[in-house]
Design a binder for this molecule. Structure first.
Ligand code: CA
Ligand code: CA
Length: 300
């Protein structure tokens, strides 16, 4: 491992004024320890969620200064490995989550990570570690709990091992941070939390000069996903559709109508999360139709 960072230094806003905790070169294998989304304050099923300090929710470890990145570049984050703790917590509480109005009482549940599965309330489900919060400094200085154009609380299950994430750089060094690991989280994150765990991620960074995308893009499997967040699901889907049509029009030098029709044939509209301050959707376009780098160029 070329660089190792513990979780003693975290931040809560993607604010360019926060001094970096270290510097990383493109190509250096980097291991970063992360706190869970409660900043490790919630340790017990029976502990009241109201007992924790909410100003410390959704910490991101960092910021890291990535050498050679400038405004207008795409920061490329290769997610090599995610190692989670063997135990985490899921929470539900009145007023929170997609069915907040139906929640009568608060409840926490421990989720246990076994070899290749997660166990909750006696039910076994697949172990699918993923990253909830990941992003770079932004001029709007948005909280780490909010998803946006420069990343943040993206809560997208394909931001996982083997994926490559492309983020738009606004400031020299990008000022990258990561946190909020989940041992499992399904599309929607309907109850407001995943299996919230502390852990470590192993990343490698690279840079694509001048290719900052309008929204984060994640390449996973044979698909490139544009990740869009706005105030409502409807607004997110509209913005995602407009972004997709515009990008395909530019990429293939076809007019708006042709790109609209092409989108209808190849672009899968999916929900990442329904429960954060902004709602996140993703549009999946097969890599066989457009390569990630060409998509980034078309999103300029
Ligand atoms: Ca989250
Ligand atoms: Ca979370």
């Amino acid at each position: 491992m070329d660089k190792i960072f513990d979780d003693s230094k975290v931040f809560y806003k993607f604010d360019p004024e926060i001094p970096p905790i270290g510097r990383v070169l493109p190509g250096e294998r980097t291991r970063i320890r992360t706190r869970d989304c409660f900043s490790n304050q919630l340790v017990d099923e029976n502990q009241q969620l109201s007992s924790i300090d909410f100003s410390q929710v959704n910490p991101a470890t960092g910021p890291l200064y990535i050498e050679g990145t400038e405004k207008g570049d795409a920061l490329v984050v290769h997610i090599l490995k995610i190692i989670t703790a063997s135990s985490g917590l899921v929470v539900s509480l009145p007023g929170e989550g997609f069915l907040g109005e139906d929640v009568k009482t608060s409840k926490n549940r421990r989720c246990l990570v076994r070899d290749n599965f997660v166990e909750i309330a006696g039910v076994k489900l697949p172990y699918r570690p993923m990253i909830g919060v990941i992003g770079v400094a932004s001029s709007d200085k948005h909280p780490t709990g909010v998803p946006g154009r420069s990343g943040g609380n993206l809560d997208t299950k394909y931001i996982t091992e083997g994926a490559t994430l492309y983020l738009p750089v606004e400031y020299s060094g990008a000022l990258f941070g990561v946190g909020d690991l989940h041992a499992a989280m399904a599309d929607g994150e309907v109850c407001v939390s995943g299996c919230e765990v502390r852990g470590e991620v192993e990343l490698e960074f690279s840079v694509l000069k001048g290719l900052a995308p309008a929204w984060p893009v994640v390449e996973y499997g044979n698909t490139n996903y544009i990740i869009v967040s706005a105030g409502t699901l409807e607004e997110s889907l509209k913005e995602a559709a407009r972004t997709t049509v515009k990008a395909l029009s530019k990429a293939f030098s076809i007019d708006w109508n042709d790109a609209y029709m092409l989108s209808s044939l190849v672009a899968d509209f999916q929900i990442s999360q329904l429960v954060d301050p902004k709602k996140t959707v993703r549009v999946g376009i097969p890599s066989s139709v457009i390569r990630a780098e060409d998509l980034l160029k078309a999103m300029r």
